[in-house]
Design a protein around this ligand. Structure first.
Ligand code: ADP
Length: 218
């Protein structure tokens, strides 16, 4: 289904979102206060407009109210990011995703009504750190401050064993929610499934439990 998006701020992060949404065939209104950025994106986005997003009247004129989802990707200028988010919530935009520069910025954005706050540098840093700890940790997704989902390749200590034998839930307090094997994904792994070298386990749990699991089994 085709939906309308607006991306405000076309730096590395916003620019990448704008390109990806456009290449997926979505209608994207790209907004930046910098003329060079708008020139760069005028052939990529459906519409590219030079505008200061902290100005409510301008956003209204651009028809922002008719947009399904607005992404605020203003990086360093935290004040402009906050003001823009306030203007968008005042205009009644239902879906607003905002990039946070730091934890304080994130807190404020949550308070003022951004319904999805992302922190790409911090999250990517965490993912890469876990991947550096072990090549078998393929991905890491934070669910809350203290719970995550990890994608782990069945390491040497797991291969040839069943889930019953490993008893990950009792030993580490984590749940194996799915096992990926080649292109198949088994969302209800059986207790007697023998793990193979190419298997990837998807685990959910508290960070402290996942950390114990990573230390002992990965
Ligand atoms: P990144 O870290 O993702 O590269 P930047 O901070 O470099 O992000 O880029 C943010 C973009 O947002 C810049 O292109 C800048 O011109 C734009 N921007 C900043 N303030 C405003 C504003 N008030 N209105 C519209 N665009 C803005």
């Amino acid at each position: 289904m085709k939906r309308d998006y607006a991306v405000i701020g076309l730096g590395r992060f916003g620019g990448s979102i704008c390109k990806e949404l456009s290449s997926e065939g979505m209608q994207v209104l790209a907004i930046d206060s910098d003329e060079d950025k708008i020139n760069e994106f005028k052939n990529i986005a459906s519409h590219a407009v030079i505008a200061n997003s902290t100005d409510e009247a301008t956003l209204k004129e651009l028809g922002i109210k008719n947009i399904d989802h607005v992404i605020v990707a203003i990086g360093d200028n935290i004040q402009a990011s906050i003001l823009t988010t306030v203007v968008l919530t005042d205009l009644g935009i239902k879906s607003i995703t905002v990039k946070a520069q730091n934890d304080y910025h994130e807190k404020i954005l949550n308070r003022i009504g951004a319904n999805h706050v992302v922190h790409p540098e911090r999250d990517m840093g965490k993912r890469i750190a876990h991947n550096i700890i072990s090549n078998n940790i393929l991905d890491y997704l934070e669910l809350s401050d203290d719970h995550s989902i990890v994608e782990v390749r069945a390491g040497e200590k797991m291969r040839g064993k069943t889930l019953v034998e490993l008893d990950i839930r009792a030993n580490y307090g984590c749940n194996v929610v799915a096992i990926k094997r080649d292109k198949d994904i088994n969302v209800s792994p059986a207790a007697d499934d023998v793990l193979k070298e190419e298997d990837v386990l998807i685990l959910i749990g508290a960070d402290k439990d996942i950390s114990r699991f990573e230390k002992h089994l990965v």
